[in-house]
Design a protein around this ligand. Sequence first.
Ligand code: IMP
Length: 170
Amino acid sequence: MERFKILISEKEIKKRVKGLAAEINRDFKNKHLYIIGILNGCYMFISDLTKELKMPITVDFMRVSSYGNATETSGVVRIIMDVSESLSGKNVLIVEDIIDTGLTMDYLIRTIKQKNPKTIKVCTLLHKKIKTRVNIKIDYCGFEIPDKFVVGYGLDLNNMYRNLKYIGYK
Ligand code: IMP
């Protein structure tokens, strides 16, 4: 396996994921949450995060593709797989691995809003704030990171390196 420099260690991720779950537990005490993970990148994060949640939850997934090359999005987003239940009147939490330009999340929020949920909250493990071009309210953010292309803990480069336990960069 190629070696990467460590940006965020396994230990730091574990601690922060628990912290994020505590914030969500506090805000949604005893309320049902409809959690929508954005595939593929969210799979490791959503697994660890949901294990720490104490309210009743439903876990669902969406898959979107954004046209572009390996490391840059074009902003044109297409839904490949949609949620499986009605979102009407539900408390929705979108779980994403990373918000970079923000174009994907902006599109997701607009699309999910059309399904009339009661509330929509956004949770992302990573945020490249310096690159974000649209105004998005991020309710739960794991780490603000610099403008580096990162891999690991679910994040890929050409569909590889998702299984690293840390977040790394070249
Ligand atoms: P956006 O630019 O915020 O629309 O990000 C779109 C998608 O690009 C994210 O959901 C990730 O799948 C991917 N992405 C952006 N930056 C990175 C990165 O540093 N590593 C791996 N994937 C990334």
